[in-house]
Write a protein that binds this ligand. Structure first.
Ligand code: GRF
Length: 210
């Protein structure tokens, strides 16, 4: 464990409730971390308001403002490097990171996904789960690799699917657990307790917890 708090930067495109969970956990001391920045591709995101309220610096890398994907990626990479972050958290970030960006921060980018991966990667995961008829749904925090929603799994939580669920009600049930799961994953990272063995993440259990 390092003595200085880890710097965490969140990438978010929208509502930012997972971002808020990290702000709150850092402020409340349940993770030894500083929420050092928000990077967003969407200047109108509610996450930006949350950042301002919490005094978290915001960097906008607006995809639509660039003439090519390459220019956007160049700016994103520059913003990530300038942040000097130990960990990047994708929390509802609606752009796929290129292999080049992922490779620049090995095992230092994580993502929260609203399904029990490897089932239902990609968009509309809650609706995919309903359409498939699963009885248990949930969320996954994983390391980001080149392949979308396919990296080593750090933490998962499950919730029941109710007979009368629609994607909205299921998403709301999952979301409450996303916040817990994400904070837990960040805490484990900050405590240096995530060990990668191939694609399996081992969580180093502290002796007093045995
Ligand atoms: C969450 O369901 C997350 O799993 C998904 O996008 C949603 C973002 O929600 N990737 P919020 O912006 O954190 O409230």
């Amino acid at each position: 464990m390092t003595s200085r708090p880890h710097r965490i930067v969140v990438l978010a495109s929208g509502r930012g409730s997972n971002f808020q969970a990290i702000i709150d956990a850092a402020a409340g001391g349940s993770i030894q971390a500083v929420c050092a920045g928000l990077i967003t591709d969407n200047p109108g995101a509610y996450a930006v308001t949350r950042a301002h309220d919490a005094g978290v610096p915001v960097t906008v890398v607006d995809y639509l403002a660039f003439s090519s994907r390459q220019d956007y990626e160049h700016a994103l990479l520059a913003a990530m490097e300038a942040s000097a972050s130990d960990l990047f958290v994708l929390a509802g970030y609606m752009r796929i990171l290129s292999a080049h960006v992922v490779a620049r921060f090995p095992d230092r980018i994580i993502n929260i996904h609203p399904a029990l991966l490897p089932s239902f990667p990609g968009l509309h995961a809650q609706q995919q789960a309903l359409d498939h008829g699963v009885k248990i749904a949930g969320c996954t925090v994983h390391f980001v690799t080149e392949e979308m929603d396919a990296g080593p799994i750090i933490a998962q939580r499950c919730v029941p699917v109710h007979e009368d669920d629609d994607s909205e009600s299921l998403a709301a049930r999952i979301l409450a657990f996303e916040h817990l799961c994400l904070v837990e994953a960040v805490r484990l990272f900050c405590e240096g307790r995530l060990k990668l063995e191939g694609r399996v993440v081992r969580t180093d259990i502290l002796p007093e917890q045995n």
